[in-house]
Design a protein around this ligand. Structure first.
Ligand SMILES: [Mg+2]
Length: 229
């Protein structure tokens, strides 16, 4: 499929602009360390290692790494210690998080040609802190956070809200993201073009493995300006 001419590009944040996946191993280790402090003898070395490895290997979009860890631990979901494990998981996020290579240069090149709006799923405060950590609020025209709206990708209404705020019809917009379900299928369901920024974890997949076919596929965000040229 080919991309129609566009005036608006909407951008996923996690694992498209910034390497959230790259923080996983250390953050899961932090969470597991806290879990072992809280659970003591209820968790032996072998189980802890098995659960840690399963959490690291979990798909971050479909299953969630922290969700997998908590699900496998010998602890009830409503146990108040889960909040402490969650806090340990998030404690070093901003410190560990890195932008992908040439992110700002790429955004500047794209902004010469398109309106840019970030559309990100997650809690408002957490996602806002990532945006500000990298000065992204000044690098794009708008930021739409699902937690603030109560509407999450792939719901078409979050894509339409981004288009409405930019004053551009969805037919003249395309979304770029790493997740096939929330980003690619979501954007196409909203009547927008879909650019898949294929993550490392999906490099072995072919189009036959995908539930939807992106209009354009890139391997790294910095390839986008030339891919759209
Ligand atoms: Mg993402």
């Amino acid at each position: 499929m080919a991309l129609r001419p566009i005036r608006l590009l909407t951008l996923d944040l996690d694992d498209t602009l910034v390497d959230s996946d790259g923080t996983a191993v250390e953050r899961i280790a932090d969470a597991m360390r806290r879990a072992r402090e809280l659970l003591g003898a209820a968790l032996d070395d072998a189980s802890a290692e098995r659960i840690r490895a399963a959490a690291v290997a979990a798909d971050p979009v479909v299953e969630g790494r922290l969700a997998t860890l908590v699900r496998l631990l010998p602890i009830a979901p409503e146990d108040e210690r889960v909040a402490e494990i969650r806090a340990a998981y998030n404690a070093r996020l901003l410190e560990l998080l890195r932008a992908f290579p040439d992110m700002h240069e790429t955004l500047r090149a794209l902004r010469d040609r398109y309106r840019l709006v970030i559309i990100t799923n997650g809690p408002e405060e957490l996602q806002r802190s990532k945006v500000e950590r990298f000065g992204l609020q000044d690098a794009v025209d708008d930021v739409v956070i699902s937690g603030a709206l109560g509407i999450h990708k792939p719901d078409p209404r979050i894509f339409w809200e981004a288009c409405r705020r930019a004053g551009i019809d969805p037919a003249e917009a395309a979304h770029v993201g790493d997740a096939i379900t929330t980003d690619v299928a979501g954007a196409q369901g909203a009547g927008m073009g879909a650019i898949w920024c294929r993550p490392e974890r999906a490099r072995a997949l072919t189009e036959a493995d995908l539930p939807v076919i992106p209009d354009l596929t890139i391997e790294r965000f910095h390839e986008l300006p030339s891919a759209l040229a």
